[in-house]
Design a protein around this ligand. Structure first.
Ligand code: NAI
Length: 315
């Protein structure tokens, strides 16, 4: 099996390390800056004897676009190439530059590895998934965007902390676009089946919802570590592993909505975060959720921002 990672920055290298430790596939890393992907691949490989991972890591510089030929045969391609936020920036501030990068990357994927499953990570990820689909022509159910996997992980962390319970028993998820309008979906949230709304006050729940929405911003703006990459890389690794090992994990991610799902979610021909089942063919199932009136209002806000940004990728 083979995993490729395009972009060997903080997120790309970190996801390479997590996946190497899992030892599920060989890993090829690509970056436009000379020496970055090659160095990170070697650095991770040199840790193998301790944990005994036999997978092989290799790095490639894409200044020569022919190096993209090394994508061939990838089961999964994780795309993290592009600009990241600096303090004070929103994810949408990255749009135009990153759409341009997705056009290049998408064309290379189309040329060398059109049968791969694509995980879009570059922000804003819902829009980048859309831009990658357009540039690569890959069938939309083979493209999955990161958002909900990470946002739900943050949501579960904060809920477990407030309840003083094991994070493993907190079942909760976040849907919508991976932006400031994401929708932490409290009505389907529970601790081992006990509704969260029975356990926490409305005020506390609202506080946690707000903290989840700005979870990325909290790391970026309050601390000195730049944009988040540890929780993102772990959240990406579970998506990748579900494809490589055909695990049928159910994780909220950006998926392309058409047909009856588009009707249920009131948005068509766009990637947006919804609960999906992930397997070797990518998105194996999309689950339609039932919305209360209040949920629907929150959801539509998120839909509108994704739709507005997709227009930029259409140009
Ligand atoms: P970074 O700046 O550390 O790494 C980006 C890497 O991409 C750099 O090494 C750069 O040389 C490379 N790159 C730029 N243009 C390229 C091209 N055309 N071809 C190949 N490589 C290229 O940034 P970081 O922190 O790794 O973040 C990467 C992206 O992931 C950002 O857009 C960030 O906002 C996004 N992100 C998304 C998350 C999500 O939940 N969807 C979570 C965390 C980060």
């Amino acid at each position: 099996k083979k995993i490729s990672i395009i972009g060997a920055g903080a997120v790309g290298a970190s996801v390479a390390q997590v996946l190497a430790i899992k030892n599920i596939a060989d890993i090829s890393i690509f970056d436009i800056v000379e020496g970055v992907a090659e160095g990170k691949a070697l650095d991770i490989q040199e840790g193998a004897p301790h944990f005994g991972f036999d997978c092989k890591l290799q790095g490639f510089c894409t200044q020569d676009p022919k190096e993209y030929a090394n994508l061939k045969g990838s089961d999964v391609i994780v795309v993290t190439a592009g600009l990241a936020r600096r303090p004070g920036m929103s994810r949408d501030d990255l749009l135009v530059k990153n759409i341009g990068i997705m056009k290049d990357v998408g064309e290379q994927i189309k040329k060398y590895s059109p049968d791969s499953i694509i995980v879009a990570v570059t922000n804003p990820a819902d829009i980048m998934a859309y831009a990658l689909q357009k540039a690569s022509g890959i069938s939309p159910e083979r493209i999955i965007g990161l958002g909900g996997s990470l946002d739900s992980s943050r949501f579960r962390t904060f809920l477990a902390e407030a309840l003083n319970v094991s994070v493993r028993d907190v079942n909760a998820f976040v849907i919508g676009g991976h932006g400031d309008d994401m929708v932490p979906f409290i009505h389907y949230s529970s601790v081992s089946g006990i509704p969260i709304s029975d356990l926490l006050s409305e005020e506390k729940i609202q506080e946690i919802i707000k903290r989840t929405r700005f979870g990325g911003g909290e790391i970026l703006n309050l601390y000195k570590t730049g944009t988040a990459f540890y929780a993102p890389s772990i959240s990406i690794s579970v998506m990748v592993e579900s494809v490589v090992n055909d695990q049928h994990r159910v994780i909220p991610c950006a998926a392309y909505l058409t047909g009856k799902h588009a009707e249920n979610y009131k948005v068509s021909n766009a990637f947006i975060g919804v609960p999906i089942k992930i397997g070797k063919n990518g998105v194996e199932e999309i689950y339609d959720l039932k919305f209360s009136e209040a949920d629907a209002k929150e959801w539509m806000k998120s839909v509108e921002s994704v739709k507005k940004n997709n227009k930029l990728a259409d140009d």
